[in-house]
Design a protein around this ligand. Structure first.
Ligand code: MG
Length: 259
């Protein structure tokens, strides 16, 4: 079921969006060579407790999950791109880290993600490849948000994302994409990262969705790590991910998780 929020409810969602942005920035800044993924998770967990927020991840146990997630942030490194389960790993120079974070504040959820290169890349080719991946996901996100206007349809967002990804030479996986956000983390509608313009649910004022392009360098196939959660590229190539929660309003899209 697709739910629409009143302008007042959208205002009530802003603190959740701001909190998610604050945590992502703090975790991004903490992600230095030598820092363990478990320390980043602990930082996010401390911020959740200090804010009186509720983690969307720690007890998350969907049908495809082997067990409850047990952590509060997704940390996906290099060939991992989504749902990265924080584990005992110290970040190294040149790691491509994607952070995905969702939590509930005052009963409203927001969801956002970013990718960053840790420290210094080992060589110029690697640096250029990672920069292109990250920049393309960010540009695809911006294009998707720009298409999220009243009068358009979900397919217009999907097509705008895919146009940017394809122009950069990336294949696109549509198994995991954006989604409705509200009282819970995942609701209708699904917002695929590829699709046909002019198709799908019509965008109406009050629709709140997460838009989240993610691309892999040389494949669109993924597999699940033995940890039961982390999604990795089939060919070992690197991935990047960029996500915001936005509200569609008569005045245009409002980015609730703006950093
Ligand atoms: Mg997310």
């Amino acid at each position: 079921m697709i739910e629409l929020r009143t302008p007042r409810e959208i205002e009530e969602m802003r603190p959740a969006g701001r909190f998610i942005a604050d945590v992502l920035l703090a975790c991004r800044d903490a992600a230095k060579p030598g820092v363990n993924l478990l320390e980043i998770d602990a930082l996010a967990h401390r911020m959740i407790k200090d804010r009186g927020a509720t983690s969307c991840y720690i007890d998350y146990h969907p049908s495809f999950g082997a067990m409850p997630f047990g952590k509060v942030i997704c940390t996906s490194v290099n060939d991992a791109v989504l749902h990265g389960l924080p584990h005992d790993y110290a970040l190294q120079d040149g790691d491509l880290l994607s952070l995905d974070f969702a939590a509930s504040v005052d009963g409203w959820v927001a969801d956002s993600a970013l990718s960053v290169v840790v420290g210094q890349a080992p060589d110029a080719q690697r640096a250029a490849g990672d920069k292109k991946l990250i920049t393309t996901t960010e540009e695809a996100l911006a294009a998707g948000i720009a298409a999220a206007t009243v009068g358009h349809k979900i397919g217009d967002i999907s097509a705008a994302i895919a146009e940017v990804g394809h122009a950069a030479g990336y294949d696109i996986n549509t198994d995991f994409g954006g989604h409705g956000v509200g009282r819970t983390m995942h609701g209708d509608p699904h917002v695929p990262n590829d699709g046909r313009a002019g198709r799908g649910f019509p965008l109406k004022p009050g629709l709140v969705i997460a838009i989240e392009p993610w691309f892999l360098e040389t494949t669109d196939e993924i597999y699940t790590d033995p940890d039961g959660w982390t999604l990795r590229s089939a060919d070992g190539s690197r991935g990047a991910h960029s996500e915001h929660t936005i509200a569609i309003t008569a005045d245009g899209p409002v980015v609730l998780t703006e950093r």
